[in-house]
Design a protein around this ligand. Structure first.
Ligand code: 9PG
Length: 474
């Protein structure tokens, strides 16, 4: 652990922090505020790093990989790990009397960490983040425009619904590159190769028909997870990450129950992952949305205790990349951020957008800003704008429709502002038949790829919702 003391009043500083994985909160806030930590323990595994949670005390801020402390004149201090391949870098800034104590703790072998005092914090954040991206051979291919089934069909997606939207997209000449099937096509969590009862066919039959329409076929997988009801779990209980009691460790709660994660220090698990990626690629899916990736990096008892969490995670990503091929487009989601650099092409940098602004009670009373909602997505993805040097950022979907949505005009335009600021992927789940003239115009505008910018476009016009960006001098 290393420590520095900054002789500056905590009341004069803002702090920029980034949570562990895609859905964890990232923000820029007055240092004297309180970083929230979810009351519900199961949210610690699914939304945070259970080994390095926010503390919940006023004036104490924790961040992964990078931290910045900003004075009112825009100068201040930036700390940034320069490697994340085997080591998680944990930062804490703590108000201590009339100064601030900053500590840096490494989980894993020693790595080079940059620490600088700078007259231009935002510039330094961007420079150090780019340095980390370079050292880890970041992949930043051209961003894609994706239709994804999740944010309107959810788990009720069918083969016909995907095809119908693809046909309509072609008819309307909408500039999508990829049509991606999300969660709902598979028999069970872990049983990816067998069709689910409600999908109305086998997902294997889609690629040829999508390609005929001129779209790249995309598929969602949560490759490191298994439901207790799955064949994968029944056939290979020994493949699961374990608790201290030697039993498979439940690592989260979704899909109506607990689920388990694969122990990726087992060579047979890595072989299975490689085969899985190779199989779906062989079906004709060169675009893969790889979700709930934190599953391979959780604390727990592994077959090979000599392999640390970050390494176990990266070996698993390497296996997927090897199976999918060097030219596959891999989008990470629910993923430890810096530890994914070099293996993924794109990364979700915030929680899910939803067709409503926010679930305020969950955020304010339960301390959980990792849940779905346009507000949480805007808040967190904007606070990670500098990560475009690590992968193509995916700030999640635009919601242009007015039906099946509670978002108002201003809120839809906030999402557009988010995309234009963060850059990266463009995506939509709107059932295209629901869009009127105005909806189609907004959708087209959102599919206009633009280079990443700094979060300043939203600052004054929408000050009420993202007030933290109206403070400071940048
Ligand atoms: C499919 C979805 C979509 C979506 C992903 C992910 O913390 N959580 O409980 C949590 C659950 C689901 C979730 C995000 C967070 O959504 O982000 O795009 O693919 O899975 O199930």
């Amino acid at each position: 652990m290393s420590e520095r003391f900054l002789p500056i009043s905590p009341a004069d500083l803002h702090v920029l922090v980034s949570g562990y994985q895609s859905w964890s909160e990232a923000e820029l806030r007055p240092l004297t505020d309180r970083q929230s930590v979810p009351l519900m323990p199961w949210r610690h595994q699914q939304g945070h790093d259970p080994a390095f949670l926010p503390s919940g005390e006023a004036g104490v801020w924790r961040s992964h990989t990078l931290i910045a402390l900003i004075r009112p004149d825009g100068g201040g201090w930036v700390g940034c790990a320069l490697d994340a391949a085997s080591t998680f870098t944990h930062w804490e800034a703590r108000a201590a009397g009339d100064g601030v104590r900053v500590t840096c703790t490494l989980e894993g072998p020693p790595v080079e960490v940059a620490w600088e005092e700078t007259p231009d914090v935002i510039g330094s954040v961007e420079r150090l983040s780019a340095e980390l991206g370079r050292r880890m051979n970041a992949r930043t291919p051209a961003p894609l425009r994706v239709w994804c089934s999740w944010y309107s069909y959810y788990r009720n997606v069918t083969l016909d619904a995907v095809l119908e939207n693809a046909r309509l997209a072609r008819e309307l000449d909408l500039p999508f590159d990829v049509f991606q099937v999300d969660d709902g096509f598979q028999a069970d969590l872990g049983d990816w190769l067998e069709p689910g009862a409600h999908f109305g066919g086998h997902v294997q039959d889609l690629p040829a028909r999508l390609a005929e329409l001129g779209f790249t076929p995309g598929l969602w997988l949560a490759p490191f997870l298994a439901a207790p009801t799955s064949r994968l779990f029944r056939d290979h209980p020994d493949w699961m990450l374990r608790g201290e009691d030697g039993r498979p460790l439940p690592v989260g709660h979704n899909w109506g129950g607990p689920y388990f994660a694969l122990d990726t220090t087992r060579p047979e698990v890595l072989a299975w992952l490689r085969d899985l990626a190779r199989t779906v690629r062989g079906w004709g899916f060169p675009y893969l949305k790889l979700d709930f990736l934190f599953g391979a990096a959780l604390p727990g008892v592994r077959h090979d205790p000599g392999v640390g969490r970050a390494r176990a995670y990266r070996n698993a990503l390497a296996a997927l990349r090897e199976g999918a091929g060097p030219d596959a487009f891999l989008l990470g989601c629910g993923a430890p951020l810096a530890a994914s650099i070099g293996w993924v092409d794109a990364m979700r940098t915030g929680p899910d957008v939803a067709p409503f602004w926010e679930e305020e009670s969950r955020r304010l009373w339960l301390g959980d800003a990792t849940g779905p909602g346009a507000r949480n997505a805007v808040h967190t993805s904007l606070s990670r704008w500098y990560q475009h040097a690590w992968y193509q950022p995916d700030p999640d979907v635009m919601i242009a429709r007015r039906e099946l949505s509670l978002l108002g005009h201003t809120e839809r335009h906030m999402l557009l502002g988010l995309l234009e600021t963060v850059g990266g992927l463009r995506a939509s789940s709107d059932p295209l038949a629901l869009l009127d003239r105005e909806g189609l115009d907004l959708l087209r505008a959102s599919l206009n790829v633009s280079p990443p910018d700094r979060p300043r476009t939203l600052t004054r016009s929408f000050g009420g919702a993202v007030t933290h960006f109206t403070r400071g001098t940048f």
